[in-house]
Design a protein. Structure first.
Length: 137
């Protein structure tokens, strides 16, 4: 015997009580590589709360706090790299469908990005490894 359940979730609303105040940035001076990991982009007729992840892998970037801080804004977006390749000695992380589905459920717009250059990590334990990523596009 097989049981099938069907349904839909509509009009999910969130109220964050412990969220930090987000720094505001004018849309004309917004640069994803220069701003903090979360904040607000101010437009002439509204605002977006944003967050940016450094990796498509949720277990490495710990996005929960960043996303939580944006919940009280009516419009939310997050910038996620599609791929993070750390060279021969590192990991190859890719965006997963579950991440996209999760953002959709939370009513967060997704902006997919990619890294366009790299800077070698100078820490002693990392010197022998290949180049890690740097800037988002």
């Amino acid at each position: 015997m097989t049981l099938n359940f069907e349904g839909s979730i509509k009009d999910v609303q969130y109220k964050a009580f412990l969220a930090e105040d987000l720094r505001q940035c004018d849309y004309k001076s917004f640069d994803i590589n220069e701003v903090e990991t979360s904040g607000k982009i101010i437009f002439p007729n509204g605002e977006f709360a944003y967050s940016k992840l450094v990796s498509p892998k949720r277990t490495l970037s710990y996005p929960f706090e960043l996303l939580y801080n944006t919940f009280n804004s009516p419009m939310r977006l997050t910038v996620i790299p599609v791929l993070k390749d750390e060279g021969l000695d590192g990991d190859l992380d890719r965006i997963q469908y579950s991440t996209v589905s999760w953002m959709n459920l939370l009513n967060i717009y997704i902006v997919f990005s990619y890294y366009d250059n790299a800077v070698k990590n100078a820490r002693p334990s990392q010197v022998s490894k290949k180049l890690p990523i740097k800037n988002l596009m």
